[in-house]
Ligand binder design. Structure first.
Ligand code: ZN
Length: 482
């Protein structure tokens, strides 16, 4: 049935494009930090604060300031409104503390942070001092952008065993004689690893990046809706569909903005298609905030016909998200190549034995000052110089077009029947944003694959018939519904 072939192609494409983009986002999510040289104001909420808490927090601030060797300074302030880092004491049975750094949506640098520290401390004053000081030091480390460590002597050590708290605080207690010692320059609680991690993070004295002209300025409860039109041509036929994504801007518990979309109005090859209830209730979460890390929706919970639309919408968002994070994309005509090259796989081990592609990104900013209040962005996914994909047979190494093949798929069509295909895949996304808000106004994606395919009778793909060349072409368009 040809519909089956279409569906398979849908699956192939969503896997490839979206997983590729997500892998990349994971790799690019390097630790954010404050601007080098920053003077960061810290306020301690006096409510529920244990005795002398503010004094031990100040010692922790001084410890980090000293460790930074002039790269940044933490300064105490008296009022909440002046503060960039706010520390509150909250009773908890579960944690010693938590930190939530917030990023500037335009630069990706940390702009402020909220810290919660457990207000329940041991009765013994020395134990209390140790828990307060080391917890403040650890959470301030997170607020400065430091990540967890597996080194037990590091302040950024991640507690993993139930007795880690008592082991950790106990080890520090061995080194101090009294509460006056806690957090003193003699017993800072830092390991050399913490100090070098901090200095590495704040190594660069280059000026902080200016805000991206692509910055998304969200408003809570703002409505954002799109109509998507897709045409998929493959070897056996053409599939078209339209769908509507209605969205609203919300904030999560940490104050990060995201868009929550609900899909409806599917028209599949000209016929309206009623989504089953689970898919109608499904909400797709997307965001252009730099501190919101996108994740794949749970595709197992939604109808197959929603997979393509959700993946393609996500792809547009991922492309813009990536462009915002490139310091070299600021002025009209700026062009940046992001080398990625890693393979993304959509093999399922039963029918699709190998399914991989590998891409780099080419990002070009359009005319920033264009009339009409919009801004163009081009994001191409192109074959890397050396695509790191699995090529199972020598004949598949011959470039199908002009560059090394970056797309491969081997499917098992039946007993002793293997369909082996290889080729060149590119994505070309043209995205238009509203300059004032950074909202995506419209976008187009062309996703051609130039394929060379042979049917083989052995799994190592050496006994194969004549080859056939064809082109897969996906075209996706979204336009805003206002
Ligand atoms: Zn932690």
């Amino acid at each position: 049935m040809s519909a089956g072939a279409h569906c398979d192609h849908e699956r192939r494409t969503y896997n490839a494009s979206v997983i590729g983009a997500l892998l990349l986002i994971g790799q690019l999510s390097t630790a954010p930090h404050w601007p080098a040289g920053a003077r960061v104001a810290v306020w301690v909420d006096p409510a529920h604060a244990p005795a002398k808490a503010a004094a031990f927090v100040e010692r922790a601030m001084k410890t980090w300031t000293d460790a930074s060797d002039g790269r940044l300074t933490l300064v105490p302030v008296r009022s909440r409104t002046e503060a960039a880092i706010r520390i509150a004491f909250v009773a908890s049975d579960a944690t010693y503390g938590e930190a939530a750094p917030r990023l500037d949506p335009g630069t990706g640098l940390i702009a402020r942070a909220d810290i919660a520290i457990n207000s329940q401390v041991p009765d013994d004053p020395l134990d209390a001092a140790i828990v307060l000081y080391l917890t403040a030091l650890h959470e301030l480390g997170h607020a400065l952008g430091l990540r967890h460590s597996d080194t037990f002597s590091a302040i950024m050590y991640r507690f993993r065993r139930p007795d880690d708290g008592s082991r950790y605080f106990g080890a520090y207690r061995q080194k101090v004689r009294s509460a006056d010692d806690v957090g003193s320059p003699r017993v800072t609680g830092l390991d050399v690893e913490d100090i070098s991690a901090l200095r590495e993070l704040y190594r660069s004295q280059t000026p902080p990046p200016s805000p991206s002209p692509l910055t998304r300025h969200y408003q809570e409860n703002e409505r954002v809706s799109y109509r998507m039109t897709t045409t998929n041509q493959n070897r056996t036929g053409t599939l078209t569909y339209t769908a509507v994504a209605r969205g609203v801007v919300k904030r999560d518990d940490a104050g990060r903005f995201f868009e929550e979309f609900q899909w409806s109005d599917i028209v599949w090859n000209g016929s309206p298609f009623e989504l089953p209830p689970a898919s109608r209730e499904f909400r797709q979460l997307l965001s252009l905030s730099p501190d919101y890390t996108p994740s794949l929706p749970d595709f197992s919970r939604i109808h197959g016909r929603l997979i393509g639309p959700t993946a393609d919408l996500m792809n547009f968002y991922s492309d813009v998200w990536l462009a915002i994070r490139q310091p070299g994309v600021r002025r009209s005509g700026d062009r940046v190549v992001v080398n990625h090259g890693q393979a993304a796989s959509w093999a399922d081990g039963t029918r699709v034995l190998i399914g991989e592609n590998a891409i780099d990104f080419v990002i070009v900013l359009g005319d920033v000052g264009a009339p009409g209040g919009t801004l163009g962005l081009t994001v191409q996914h192109v074959p890397p110089k050396e695509p790191k994909i699995k090529i199972p047979a020598d004949w598949m190494r011959t470039p199908v077009v002009d560059v090394p093949n970056n797309w491969v798929q081997v499917t098992k069509a039946g007993e002793g029947r293997y369909v082996a295909a290889v080729g060149k895949e590119v994505f070309d996304a043209q995205i238009r944003l509203e300059s004032a808000t950074g909202r995506i106004v419209s976008a187009r994606l062309e996703n051609p694959v130039e394929v060379f395919e042979r049917e083989c009778s052995d799994e190592v793909l050496t006994k194969c018939g004549d080859g056939v060349r064809y082109r897969i072409l996906r075209q996706v368009e979204i336009t805003e519904i206002r």
